[in-house]
Every structure is written in C-alpha cells, then in structure tokens.
Design a protein around this ligand. Structure first.
Ligand code: NAD
Length: 266
C-alpha cells in the first residue's frame, strides 16, 4: 500500500539549482540532471566558466534546459535574493545541490584564521544560509523538494593539512541530518553524497602530485573516481527510488572508507 506524501512534489519537469557548477563535480551533476529532464540553473563564482556549459548543453540537445547565474556564496546576506532570482529563471525550484567547495592545504600549526574562515564560510555556513533560503521558498510555495550536499570522506577521516576542510565536512554531515529532521514534515528530502578522491582538473583546488599518487594507491577499487560517479548518486537521491531517504550520507568512494588498500599483509 502506498502512503501519500504530506506535501506534494511539483509536477515535472523539475528545476534544480547547482552551486559549484563551473567545477568538476558540480558540472557533472548539472549535466546528469539535465539528461534526466531537469531544468538546471548553474551557479558559481566563476561566471565566465558557466557560459560554455550552457552553450554546450543547447547544442547537445539535452532534455532539460540550462541557465547560468553568478553567485558569491560567501556573501550570505545576498543568498535569499539569489534564490528568488534563481526561481524566476524557469518559474520555480525543486532541487538544490550544494557542490561548491574549497579544499586548500594548510598545516595546522601554520593555518591562519582567515584560511580557516574561508573554508568554513564556503563549505558550511553558505550551505546553511542557501539551504535555509531555498527551504523557506519551498515551504511558502507548499511543495516538497530535495537538497543534496556534496560532503566528503574527509568528514570522517582526518588528514594532514586539512583541519579546516575535514571539520567543515563533518559539520556538513550533521547539518544534513539537522535539516532532514526539521524539513521532513514539509516533504523536503535532505541527503549528502560523500565522495572519495574524484579526478577533477581544478584550478580552484589544485592538489600536489605526491598526494594524488598516494591517495590513488590507497583506494581498493581499481579505477579512479570520476565526477559522473557522484552525479549518478545525486540523480538517484533526487529520484523516485530514494523517496523514503532523508538525512543519509551516501559514500561513493571506490571503497576508500573501508580501509587503506595500500597497506601490506600484516
Ligand atoms: N574532487 C574530489 O576528490 C572531492 C572529494 C570529496 C569531496 N569533494 C567535494 O566536491 C565539491 C566539488 O569539488 P570539485 O572537486 O568539483 O572542485 P572544483 O574546484 O572543480 O569546484 C569547486 C567549485 O566551487 C566554486 N566556488 C568556490 N568558492 C565559491 C564561492 N564563494 N561562491 C560560489 N562558488 C564558489 C569554484 O569556483 C569551483 O567552480 C566540493 O564541495 C568538494 O569538497 C570533492
């Protein structure tokens, strides 16, 4: 027997706002949702990087339309207006994917307060402010929806040079649960995807060669993670098969969370 949702979802086609959409994972999420027929608003600080993605989508004949909006997520006071602008683009919003993120390296003893603050601002505080603004609009509009936060395996496993990053993602996992708890009565699903190491060619978040080699070596699954691996998990969480999922964090990490595959037999 099926149970009706307390607050109905809107009729298709759905509309998504994806932050960090000029980046490796955000762009893949946007493409995948578009292939699934979702209209997608790509949002990023680097607006110049969004225009080619919009152009490529119109020529590829993707099912869902693309539009681009510039946003600085650290300007938190502007985020409610930003959500309103996003709603005007296609006439509503159903899905928010928080994929913007920073993962710079700074050893703990040398880390400055502003380095700490910048990572916490983008990876955690902005997600709170943007998700709250998004959820308020959905509640006012009287329909449900989805928030998907891109967390990290680093939320559970500390690593050198990343005290700010690991702490921000641990906070994001709890924020996911807290939002899920309070928004369930409004039929707003709030889940996270927790990627392992995903190969992206990022100018914003460059990684050292030695680090990349070692992290690859510790992964059990014998191929590198790619942005589409994460996009598939996001699409699943926003789809009908996840209709009874909220507050979950889905690890998509080639088994990295199970242990270190590079260790020799004991
Ligand atoms: N790549 C990985 O291995 C990996 C692993 C685990 C988690 N993640 C998470 O996935 C998400 C995406 O990472 P990625 O690897 O695609 O990185 P990326 O550098 O390719 O993309 C990050 C994007 O965020 C945008 N951004 C940064 N600050 C912003 C701000 N103030 N306002 C608006 N946009 C801003 C950047 O412009 C960039 O386009 C991040 O949250 C990251 O922590 C990545």
């Amino acid at each position: 027997m099926s149970t009706p949702e307390s607050t109905p979802a809107r009729n298709e086609p759905r509309i998504a706002l994806v932050t960090g959409a000029a980046g490796g994972i955000g762009a893949a999420v946007a493409r995948r949702l578009s292939e699934d027929g979702v209209k997608v608003i790509l949002a990023d600080l680097r607006a110049d990087r969004l225009a080619p993605l919009v152009a490529a989508s119109s020529s590829s004949g993707s099912a869902g339309a693309f539009a681009a909006l510039e946003v600085d997520l650290t300007d938190r006071a502007s985020l409610p207006d930003f959500v309103d602008r996003a709603r005007e683009v296609f006439g509503g919003l159903d899905i928010l994917v928080n994929a913007a993120g920073l993962y710079p390296s700074a050893p703990l003893l040398e880390m400055r307060d502003d380095q700490w603050d910048q990572v916490m601002d983008v990876n955690l505080s902005a997600v709170f402010s943007l998700s709250r603004a998004f959820a308020r609009r959905l509640v006012d509009a009287g329909h449900g929806g989805h928030i998907v936060n891109i967390s990290s395996g680093a939320s559970a496993r500390a690593r050198r040079g990343a005290a700010h990053y690991c702490t921000s993602k641990a906070g994001l996992d709890m924020l996911t649960k807290a939002f899920a708890l309070e928004l369930a009565e409004h039929s707003i699903h709030v889940n996270a995807v927790s990627p392992g190491f995903i190969e992206v060619d990022s100018e914003v978040n460059p990684l050292g060669e030695e680090y990349v080699r070692k992290i690859r070596g510790g992964q059990p699954w014998p191929r590198a993670g790619v942005p589409d691996d994460i996009a598939g998990a996001v699409a699943f969480l926003c789809g009908p098969d996840a209709s009874w999922m909220t507050g979950a964090s889905l690890s998509v990490d080639g088994g990295a969370g199970t242990g270190n595959a590079a260790l020799p037999l004991s």
